[in-house]
Design a protein around this ligand. Structure first.
Ligand SMILES: Nc1nc2c(ncn2[C@@H]2O[C@H](COP(=O)(O)OP(=O)(O)O)[C@@H](O)[C@H]2O)c(=O)[nH]1
Ligand SMILES: [Mg+2]
Length: 408
């Protein structure tokens, strides 16, 4: 017989073989361990007390700083306009209000080395893979700097992509966080906050549909206060997860993919206009035999053509590249789940052996002294804790695989 232990289980379990009453009303259930139970990845690596929250926003908005403060991690923060987070990073899980919180750092749609198409494929692949394996987010935080003089093109583009990733029905789990309050006077900050909250070109439409607007004071307490607004949420799927996984859409057919294509088309139109102007100038230089201007314009034309080719290949490659990356992810996930199952089986075997010894003592509870029973209780709790610690994180594993796939 193989055993699994539950200390003070809240509800009866059909697999329970026997229940032993301990002093102070605590019970120990000895239940059979079913190795034939088909376990999905999520049941192998996490439990119900786990909470996952994604953090989004433009590069330099303070996502990584917020995550480090809240989790005590030391993910790299950016300096100047260079971004440090051009991959999805999963912070070390930490405890808050009895829950285990995992924060997910995402790159902004304005990276210096990766195109917006790369970023969308990366975020899409992370969200689709975790969702396929039974994981939903308890919330999404969007960070915006209150110190910004205006909501410029980059902020607007990031927010548009954010909205399309989340969709409407998830907004009750969305928190918009304003930070960098130390960089402006209270008065100016509050005036900007009021404008952001009330204008329909900014955050008003999402606040109206259930999103919250909170301030971050750049301290650990402030970060935890924000997280407390999220951890008890009922986890929901994001629009892009439903589109990619439940509706089997190609990434370009998702709302975020369509938004990205619109953006790429706008960029292409702009480049075409620039190209026409360059051609006119070039013809003029040829007519007037201005060799130096002609050479300069030819160099410009080549550069612009290369940029147009890049935009075109970004759009054209979105679907095929995503499919190839998804396949690589699936291979890695398959191996991960197999390894997790093996680890769980080995852990269960060790656990069962320990339990057989414990059961022998439990069968004879009447002859055990109170001190022995309490030592036994202590050991049971220890055994259970050790079992919990063995679990890795599905989010962390997917983040690691993503890193490999996108650094190839
Ligand atoms: N004054 C102030 N600076 C901040 C705050 N949050 C982030 N920063 C700084 O802003 C820069 C960008 O932060 P980072 O976390 O890398 O942004 P990310 O690109 O969104 O991850 C870094 O120099 C941080 O030190 C904040 O709340 N107040
Ligand atoms: Mg960062």
């Amino acid at each position: 017989m193989r055993y699994n232990t539950v200390v003070s289980a809240p509800r009866p379990d059909p697999r329970v073989v026997s229940i032993h009453q301990l002093p102070e009303g605590q019970t120990v259930q000895i239940s059979s361990w079913s190795s034939s139970t088909t376990q999905r990845a999520h049941s192998l690596v996490e439990d119900d007390s786990d909470v996952a929250i994604a953090v989004m926003g433009a590069t330099g908005s303070g996502k990584t700083t917020f995550i480090n403060l809240a989790s005590g991690s030391s993910l790299r923060v950016g300096r100047g306009l260079m971004s440090c987070t051009n991959v999805v990073q999963v912070a070390e899980p930490f405890g808050l209000e009895g829950r285990t919180v995992t924060l997910i750092d995402t790159p902004g749609f304005d990276d210096t080395t990766k195109s917006d198409a790369d970023i969308l494929r990366m975020i899409g692949l992370f969200l689709a893979t975790t969702y396929e394996n039974g994981k939903k987010l308890a919330g999404v935080i969007y960070i915006h700097r209150i110190s910004d003089f205006r909501m410029g093109g980059i902020s607007t583009r990031n927010f548009r992509m954010f909205r399309e990733l989340c969709g409407e029905s998830t907004l009750e789990n969305v928190v918009i966080v304003t930070n960098m309050w130390g960089e402006v006077s209270r008065e100016i900050g509050e005036a900007r906050e009021a404008e952001l909250a009330s204008r329909d070109v900014f955050f008003q439409p999402v606040l109206q549909k259930g999103a919250q607007l909170l301030r971050h004071e750049n301290t650990e307490e402030s970060a935890h206060l924000i997280l407390r607004h999220i951890i008890d949420n009922h986890p929901l799927s994001l629009q892009i997860q439903r589109e990619l996984v439940d509706e089997h859409k190609d990434i370009s057919q998702t709302a975020a993919g369509a938004e990205l294509n619109k953006e790429l088309m706008r960029l292409m139109e702009k480049h075409k206009k620039e190209m026409r102007e360059l051609q006119e100038d070039l013809e003029e230089a040829i007519r007037t035999k201005d060799e130096e201007t002609k050479r300069e314009l030819e160099i410009e034309t080549k550069k612009l053509q290369a940029e147009m080719n890049r935009v075109q290949s970004d759009a054209a490659g979105l679907v095929s590249q995503y499919k190839a990356e998804k396949e690589q992810m699936e291979t890695r996930m398959h191996q991960f789940i197999e390894q997790s199952q093996l680890n769980t089986q080995q852990a269960a075997q060790k656990h069962n052996e320990q339990m057989e010894v414990l059961q022998k003592h439990l069968n004879d509870t009447t002859s055990n002294s109170a001190a022995q029973i309490s030592a036994l209780k202590f050991r049971l709790v220890e055994v259970q804790r050790a079992g919990r610690k063995r679990r890795g994180g599905l989010f962390g594993a997917v983040g690691g695989f993503l890193d490999n796939i996108f650094r190839l």
